[in-house]
Design a protein around this ligand. Structure first.
Ligand code: KDG
Ligand code: MG
Length: 420
């Protein structure tokens, strides 16, 4: 077995103890929703998992991995995580973007899983050890009305959550982002063609402050309250909403405006002291460099799976730490238990962890991905198993074939396309 990562001209050194990759498989399964998982196996029989799920564009990542990445992995030393990351990022020439960075993330996380298993320790130990007792998470309370949402939030508080995201229906709109039929799970992707939602900024802007007023009335100051705008406001509208929410002290206002233009956040900052979170759709540090360096945000939500894996998210978190920005990683249901485990090891081990989103997976998903992490007292802990502490039951996974699904799209009342 040659070590491809040494390069063609390199000779094997007496101090090199390669553990070459001998196999890499992409597993697509749909236990209620689609997940793409990369399983890498090494010559010593260790295997590692990486999540490669990109909601609504799953098969693009499957093709990227199968056609373009896996052929370059076979024979490489699995221990060379950084070199492999650089090889896949710099070596592609067409670098960056959600598809490529999700594929790289899957390789990166699988290699960290392998390294931690080879070391015989849970990944967080390899990353430097725990900086805290557990990873504080926020749950999702939602309802068609303000009253229903507050009732749901009270249930979360009784389950031990110390932070709760509030999303509620907007009067006059048939459906709204974040409001689910099933109160324990929220799954926006649907099979068939994309569902069309309707949007009205003025109706929404009137509703959210009322929701927060009602929630503070019910909770007092006991719990942290969060809200996701889901990219729907202009910077000045976002500034207005942030200002209207200030009396209720939200933990954060998320994705207040689309973040392609990082400078747009300067406007929001000039108008409100409500903390801002952004980044779940970011693929790399370049999407948030200005936001972090200028102190335009308080929480960076980039994730392991969509921002190039643990190796790259670590760079983002280090930059954020310099500027007193904390992490608040995305953790919706389209991020598989493999990503959740990776996020927990990561969050436990970094100094500037802020909060972790936690949307529970269904029982079917949990059965396909048996895992060591667990919830207690408003926190998740990754457990003490070597590696990530997550596996995939391939026989069970096969029982749930891929089903094409799309996220919804959004239109204004006059029919114009809008951000979802
Ligand atoms: O795939 C899209 C979802 O992950 C996203 O809509 C969820 O915004 C989201 C959140 O904050 O969890
Ligand atoms: Mg969000």
């Amino acid at each position: 077995m040659t070590d491809r990562s040494l390069g063609a001209a390199a000779v094997a050194r007496p101090w090199s103890h390669a553990n070459p990759i001998v196999d890499a498989q992409v597993i697509v399964t749909c236990p209620g929703r689609n997940f793409v998982t990369l399983k890498i196996t090494t010559a010593d029989g260790t295997h590692g998992l990486g999540d490669a799920t990109l909601n609504g564009r799953e098969m693009a990542v499957v093709a990227y991995l199968t056609e373009h990445i896996i052929p370059t992995l076979i024979g490489r030393d699995a221990q060379k995580i950084e070199d492999t990351w650089q090889y896949l990022y710099r070596g592609a020439y067409w670098r960056g973007g959600p598809v490529g960075m999700t594929a790289i993330a899957a390789v990166d996380v699988a290699l960290w899983d392998i390294k931690a298993k080879m070391a015989g320790m849970p990944l967080y130990q390899l990353l430097g050890g725990a900086c805290r007792d557990g990873v504080t998470v926020y749950g999702h309370a939602n309802g068609d009305t303000i009253e229903e949402t507050v009732q749901e939030a009270l249930k979360y508080r009784d389950m031990g959550y110390r932070a709760i995201r509030l999303q509620c229906g907007v009067p006059g709109l048939p459906s709204t982002y974040g409001v689910s039929r099933d109160k324990l799970f929220y799954e926006p992707a649907q099979t068939g063609l994309p569902v069309e939602n309707q949007w009205s900024t003025p109706d929404y802007m009137r509703t959210v402050p009322q929701l927060f007023a009602a929630a503070r009335e019910a909770f007092g100051w006991d719990v942290e309250l969060l809200h996701d705008v889901h990219h729907r406001l202009t910077p000045i509208e976002a500034g207005r909403l942030g200002k209207d929410l200030e009396p209720y002290r939200p933990f954060w206002l998320e994705d207040a405006t689309p973040a392609e233009d990082q400078a747009a956040f300067r406007t929001i900052r000039q108008h409100t002291t409500t903390p801002l979170a952004v980044g779940e759709i970011f693929s790399s540090i370049w999407s948030c460099k200005t936001l972090i360096e200028e102190g335009l945000i308080d929480y960076i939500r980039a994730t392991v799976v969509h921002a190039g894996g643990i190796s790259h998210l670590r760079r983002i978190a280090l930059l954020a730490d310099l500027h007193q920005v904390r992490t608040g990683c995305h953790g919706a249901t389209d991020l598989s238990p493999v990503t959740m485990a990776a996020a927990l090891h990561f969050g436990l081990s970094i100094p500037n962890f802020g909060i972790q989103e936690y949307m529970r997976h269904t029982d079917e998903t949990d059965a396909v991905f048996p895992h060591a992490y667990g919830f207690q007292d408003g926190m998740l802990h990754p457990g003490e198993a070597a590696g990530l502490g997550v596996d995939i039951d391939e026989t069970l996974a096969e029982r749930y074939p891929y089903r094409r699904a799309y996220l919804p799209i959004n239109r204004l009342r006059d029919g114009a396309m809008f951000n979802w």
